[in-house]
Design a binder for this molecule. Structure first.
Ligand SMILES: Nc1ncnc2c1ncn2[C@@H]1O[C@H](COP(=O)(O)OP(=O)(O)OP(=O)(O)O)[C@@H](O)[C@H]1O
Ligand SMILES: [Mg+2]
Length: 355
């Protein structure tokens, strides 16, 4: 609520607080802009006639800042000022209330615009979640589809036994279908699409299974991916999500490390009292100045032409998935050259006892 008259602020504050709104008073345009920088309000009630910075100028500043651009502004104006009503709308306000206020009218307008803003924000969030999810599903289908393509390629060239290749194609296609089923299923049930079900599970079988699924792709790169199972900790997590993350890390290692080199996936109980999995390669690693950006969406560190089908999403998605399982994912340089991407997950035994 912005007004240079303290008495107006007091009346409106009392009225809105009685209706359970939280009111932050400001006596000038400068003050409200400062408040808005600290915390984005659900609505601004703005007096138009103020010394120094008037309401119209405040509107312009609020609209110009992406954080406050869609905050509804209701302006307060004297009944005789028809001109400023039009001007207020032209500056982006959504409604106005004439002074002296009628309490019910002010409350009704505030309520309507706060609810509209909440509905809009919710829709925007849902749209964003769905867009994110579409990207994730598309991204996750790339690994099994690449395996299928390579198996078909080997079949055509008669390089390996047809039965082995058929089994490979079947496994990868099943993998694709189960992804799609699980997302469509959750979509149909309108469940929170990003929520993962957390259960206690053994880590080693997930690591081994994922490493095995890269047999063909590593062969194509003349590389070897091996599992180094030091321990088999029981963690709290989601097997599908852990598998996605490992697939992203292993496919990166295969992509960015040189042909003929080795990739090691290690599974152990870390020093931190959490389970730790790391994927180590003998590639170029990541220069220190680029490490900060690695986990941001669409960040790629080399020219587009160098690597096919890369979108710069894998690490960002992986980090989000690990964080959702209360874990942590990070990068380190490998001794004697190469990259190590590691993640830790909470041990099942360490779960907080139920109250
Ligand atoms: N093991 C690695 N060694 C060196 N650089 C890496 C390694 N893993 C990732 N990077 C760098 O980090 C960038 C981001 O990786 P990320 O997996 O997020 O995207 P991407 O591999 O480019 O595309 P995709 O969306 O298909 O995974 C890569 O483009 C690459 O430059
Ligand atoms: Mg990647």
């Amino acid at each position: 609520m912005v007004d240079d008259q303290t008495s107006n602020i007091e009346v409106v504050t009392a009225l809105l607080e009685r209706a359970n709104y939280e009111v932050v008073p400001a006596l000038s345009g400068e003050e409200v802009l400062e408040h808005c920088l600290r915390r984005t309000p659900s609505l601004v009630l703005l007096d138009m006639r103020m010394p120094v910075m008037d309401g119209f100028e405040v509107c312009e500043h609020l609209r110009a800042n992406p954080r406050t651009a869609d905050v509804p502004i209701i302006f307060l104006t004297a009944a005789r000022e028809r001109e400023s009503v039009i001007q207020g709308f032209q500056h982006g306000a959504v409604d106005y209330v004439t002074k002296p206020f009628v309490a019910e009218e002010l409350l009704a307008r505030v309520k309507t615009h706060v609810e509209l803003k909440r509905a809009r924000d919710h829709l925007a969030l849902v749209a964003q979640e769905r867009a994110d999810l579409t990207q994730i599903v598309a991204h996750d289908l790339k690994n099994p589809l690449s395996s299928i393509l390579f198996a078909v390629d080997l079949l055509e060239r008669g390089k390996d036994s047809p039965e082995k290749m058929a089994a490979e194609v079947r496994e990868s296609a099943k993998h694709c279908l189960s992804f799609i089923d699980s997302y469509l299923g959750r979509w149909a049930k309108s469940q929170d699409l990003r929520k993962v079900e957390i259960t206690p599970l053994r880590l080693a079988p997930v690591v081994r299974g994922t490493v095995d699924s890269f047999a063909l792709l590593s062969q194509e790169r003349e590389m070897k991916v091996s599992a180094d199972i030091v321990e088999d900790p029981e963690v709290l997590g989601n097997a599908t999500a852990i598998r996605h993350v490992l697939e992203n890390l292993i496919s990166n290692a295969l992509r960015y490390a040189p042909r003929g080199s080795e990739v090691t996936v290690r599974c152990e109980t870390g020093r931190s009292g959490m389970a730790r999995v790391s994927v180590a390669d003998r590639g170029p690693g990541v220069p220190r100045e680029r490490q900060q950006q690695l986990f941001k969406r669409y960040v790629r560190l080399q020219a587009d032409s160098e690597v096919q089908h890369a979108s710069g999403l894998g690490l960002a998605i992986s980090k989000e998935e690990i964080t959702r399982m209360s874990g942590h994912l990070w990068y380190e340089d490998r001794e004697n050259g190469g990259a190590v991407f590691s993640f830790v997950l909470p041990l099942a035994g360490k779960a907080a006892p139920r109250p």
